[in-house]
Design a protein around this ligand. Sequence first.
Ligand SMILES: NC(=O)c1ccc[n+]([C@@H]2O[C@H](COP(=O)([O-])OP(=O)(O)OC[C@H]3O[C@@H](n4cnc5c(N)ncnc54)[C@H](OP(=O)(O)O)[C@@H]3O)[C@@H](O)[C@H]2O)c1
Length: 320
Amino acid sequence: MMLAAVVDRYGPPEALVIREVPTPVPGPEQVLVQIHATVVTPSDVAFRNGELWIARLFSGPFKPRLPILGDAFAGVVVSVGAGVTRFSAGDRVAGATGPALGAHAQFVVVDEAGAMIRLPSEVEFGAAAGLCDGGLVALPFLRDQARLEAGQHVLVNGASGSIGTAAVQVARAMGAVVTGVTSTRNVELVRSIGADRVIDYTAEDFTAVDAAYDVIFDTVGKSSFARCYDALKPDGIYLTPTPMLSPAMLRKSGRRARFAATGLRRPAEKAKDLVQLFDWLAAGKLRTVIEREYDFADIAAAHAHVEAGHKVGSIVVNVP
Ligand SMILES: NC(=O)c1ccc[n+]([C@@H]2O[C@H](COP(=O)([O-])OP(=O)(O)OC[C@H]3O[C@@H](n4cnc5c(N)ncnc54)[C@H](OP(=O)(O)O)[C@@H]3O)[C@@H](O)[C@H]2O)c1
């Protein structure tokens, strides 16, 4: 048996209960990972409180279909299936479970070919789980949706969040010129992770410029394509990880907008992205920003903090 944070009904953070559940058993091509660190994200909050209909489409109309939440994880392989060749017991690993969730527990089963990589000894579990949080969203948005090129101008709204801190650094690593938008208390942080310019949204409207940006990545979905239209260059692109519907999204040329569900990408694609992200980490081109670490027993408090909408970087939960 293992401990897991289980959510049997949609509700407030207190709907989460830590209790014993059966430890999953790896199949022939799977590994069993003992989780040391995981993160709580706005997606976990949405799947727990059930307030967004779009979240219920995925997680069940009346009650959570997957009672153990959690995507990004870091830990140690404790056993492997008979057919596994890439991982062995004792390997330090990090990755993302994707739509199967299940990382808010002491153990999780991951496909050998899943979104998981072996961790260098110097990378801490919390930092690794944090990188698998925002990094796996920021990289595909900037590389695949925006097709970002060196020298282009990128604006990242929500630059102090998990996706935002990753996006600022990924865009810089790709050679872009980066403007980050955040509130007063996070201006120094966003500058410290490499933003060339920082806009304090409490003092300045970042959309009040003409044709300034090749890419506007609103990582927190607080603006809209319509509001940002004039701030984009004539062939600029607006990106958002929060679902939006707009006929303009269908445009093939000129200013355009894109939503993508990066969490639903194939595990093999995510595994390749993890190699890139951890290479940049090793090269000092990016770092994980962690505002706070919680004990597993306090995971409901971590949910409440994330739900408030102003976390900085990732919120790590250490699993005993
Ligand atoms: N499409 C996908 O596949 C996918 C995958 C993962 C996540 N998501 C979604 O992406 C969104 C962002 O996730 P996240 O983890 O990066 O969020 P997060 O870390 O919780 O974002 C918090 C940050 O947002 C900033 N913020 C709040 N209000 C703002 C405003 N009006 N303007 C600018 N910044 C503001 C806060 O800065 P201040 O405190 O300074 O205001 C804070 O640092 C969530 O909605 C999540 O569900 C989508």
